[in-house]
Design a protein around this ligand. Sequence first.
Ligand code: HEM
Length: 298
Amino acid sequence: MRPPEGTLHRKAGATLAAACGTWFGTAVVGQVLFGAYVAIFYVGSALQGRWEDWNKVFPKGHVPGATLSNLAVAAHVLLALVILVGGPLQILPAVRRRFPAFHRLTGRVYVGAMVLTSLAGLYLVWVRGGAVGDLTMHLGISLDALFIMGFAGMALHTARTGRFDAHRRWALRLYLVGTAVWFFRISFSLWLMIHGRPVGFDPDTFTGPFPTIMTFAQTLVPLGILELYLRARDGGSATGRFATAGLLSVLALLTAAGTFAAFLILWKPRIAPSPRAQAQQPAFVPHGDPQRLSLIQL
Ligand code: HEM
């Protein structure tokens, strides 16, 4: 017997919530791994005074004497850690409901870290110069910086004026644009793992159609999917909710696969560069330099 519309609708809502939770849980694991890599590699080498290790990842990671550039890079990666850990904490409803004062305090820290990281990133791209990639990639990541700053302002403004429904929506958008660089890394790594060799980009310059498309997609695609989800959740038909749940389930699988690929290709070789780990690098790595393909500035 066909269930009445109300029951079907509720089932669709529950399925959508479960799919969303599954995607979010998978994303949190991936972002925590990214954060762990940042802490172990960047903070670890800085604490040991081995700042020059940062140059293994990007060309001007640490330039002796270039104080402003070095400070901007250090602030950028350290605040990245706050963002990667703080994002999920801000979003989790349980934390928000049970510890509202903590949510308000960490919210200010999170928003501040977002804005400062973006400003440091913009400085590195447009003032210091020498960032990896071409103009399209610099424009793409700058678009992300503008979204971050705009959404941070909206999230703060709607919270201060007590418009909490709108606040939650802006906070979700902020969370997604704040993790765009992680989307880039997992998509790039999955792409490499699927093809087994560089396709759609030049591995020496890290330019080409793939990074150009991805530099915009990293921000715009997650935002588009969020709008689909919000529409389905807040007034969508049962069919729309089931369809969105299906999409989120597929994305959860892709997110898990991308995180696994990024861990193997980008993060593990830098934090555990044993001879065995080096040997695990894919055969296409050019010039015998396993870090070369990891030169992603985004
Ligand atoms: C807000 C979220 C962001 C996070 C979590 C983040 C994280 C990182 C991390 C971890 C690195 C070190 C590279 C690596 O180990 O993978 C890095 C480098 C870098 N990021 Fe970001 N980033 C963010 C946003 C931005 C934005 C908005 C810009 C530019 C407007 C930017 C520009 C750069 C640049 C230029 C580098 C140095 C690489 C190079 O010199 O080419 N980042 N970022």
